[in-house]
Design a protein around this ligand. Structure first.
Ligand code: FES
Length: 383
């Protein structure tokens, strides 16, 4: 007796059209075919193109077949609904994103968690609905056509171009995009916010710095002092915000961190201090060699430099009294305080900016202007 089970995925022999006397061929035709393993290319084509009865699959209309208009309209409504769902989910994504950033941004683990849930689920729904809509559109509303691509010269001749145009237009007609405005509009509706979604994420980069990196609060403090008829803004000790007298800073070799007066009243005091922090050093007058053009920016060797390292912005807070070197602890950039804080070692590319200082009528140290160059890492200059 002949065994009619599939024996493991090899191509089945074609029927010869004759039956053996025991009806084996007839039994094979009735038995559903099973394919185990990867079918041969010919078998794949046959399986994709036909159903169990050998007819073209009902999922896709056959070549040239007219669509059942009632079924097509039903599919069209399903597709349109999915596109609208995609549209709403995309809008939901943007709404969740905007709400997450309200009231000072997304601080806190729980808030970040719920924001991520919201963003992830709305984006997932949008993409799934879009993909499902497009799949149903292709499967139910387009006629199946074998597409044969010939390989030839890379440059197409005019005949090929004409054929392509014809084929493209035919495809557009078959897809229904010209005949079915509801689908076209809902597709565009769904695609528009999806395209916008990545753009709103740019907001995470924060507001543009504009010229904030080019000046420090010293500028505002000096302008304010000028409005009050004073020569400059007082240097106040960081932390206590008490003004610094020259007499309090007479011993050579000392160093102190100062900030502009009034900075402690600002709502963003920490941000401003991070830029305006300044070190004042008392260098023996005979050792100090002012940079050309800055001869009157110091008071008998008392000099002020930005505390923000010009490498990548660490506080350059170590001062070596015997060598008069300012050292940044992050990557060991070393600046010579006696020569305009020029770099003598390390990766920093430029000197620490110098603040022009003087003394007011009451003996307090004052800044006459803001730094004349941006403080901090050198790349700020090159941006
Ligand atoms: S930040 Fe100062 S040396 Fe790198």
């Amino acid at each position: 007796m002949t065994d009619n089970k599939d024996t493991g995925g090899g191509p089945r022999p074609e029927s010869t059209g004759t039956e053996s006397g025991d009806g084996t061929a007839e039994a094979e035709e009735r038995t559903p075919r099973r394919v185990i393993g990867t079918p041969s290319p010919a078998e794949s084509r046959r399986l994709l193109a036909t159903d169990e009865d050998g007819d073209a699959s009902p999922a896709a209309p056959r070549p040239g077949e007219e669509l059942d208009e009632e079924a097509a309209r039903k599919a069209e409504r399903v597709v349109a609904t999915l596109f609208i769902i995609a549209f709403l989910a995309s809008i939901g994504f943007i709404v969740v994103y905007v709400l997450s950033g309200r009231n000072g941004g997304m601080h806190g683990v729980r808030r970040a968690m719920w924001s991520n849930y919201g963003l992830g689920s709305t984006m997932t729904i949008a993409f799934l609905a879009m993909a499902a809509g497009i799949t149903i559109w292709f499967r139910r509303l387009m006629t199946a056509k074998p597409i044969i691509q010939e390989r030839g010269d890379l440059t197409s001749d005019s005949e090929s171009r004409q054929a392509f145009t014809q084929s493209f237009m035919q495809g557009a007609t078959d897809s229904g995009i010209t005949r079915r405005p509801l689908l076209r509009r809902t597709l565009l509706l769904a695609a528009a916010p999806l395209g916008l979604a990545p753009l709103v994420l740019l907001r995470d980069l924060g507001p543009l710095p504009e010229d904030k990196l080019r000046h420090t609060y010293w500028r505002e403090a000096v302008e304010q002092a000028h409005r009050q008829g004073k020569r400059g803004a007082r240097l106040v000790v960081d932390g206590t915000y008490t003004p610094l007298r020259r007499a309090d800073f007479e011993s050579p070799g000392s160093m102190i961190t100062v900030v502009p007066e009034g900075i402690d009243k600002l709502p963003n005091v920490l941000d401003e201090v991070a830029k305006a922090a300044t070190i004042v050093i008392n260098i023996p007058d005979e050792l100090f060699q002012p940079v050309k053009g800055r001869e009157n920016w110091h008071i008998g060797g008392i000099v002020a430099y930005s505390k923000i390292c010009t490498h990548v912005g660490c506080p350059a807070a170590l001062y070596e009294q015997t060598t008069h070197h300012i050292l940044c602890p992050c990557h060991q950039s070393t600046f010579d305080a006696t020569k305009g804080a020029k770099v003598i070692f390390g990766p920093a590319a430029r000197p620490l900016p110098q603040l022009p200082i003087s003394v007011d009528d009451q003996g307090y140290l004052i800044a006459l202007a803001d730094y004349d160059e941006p403080v901090g890492p050198s790349f700020w200059e090159r941006g």
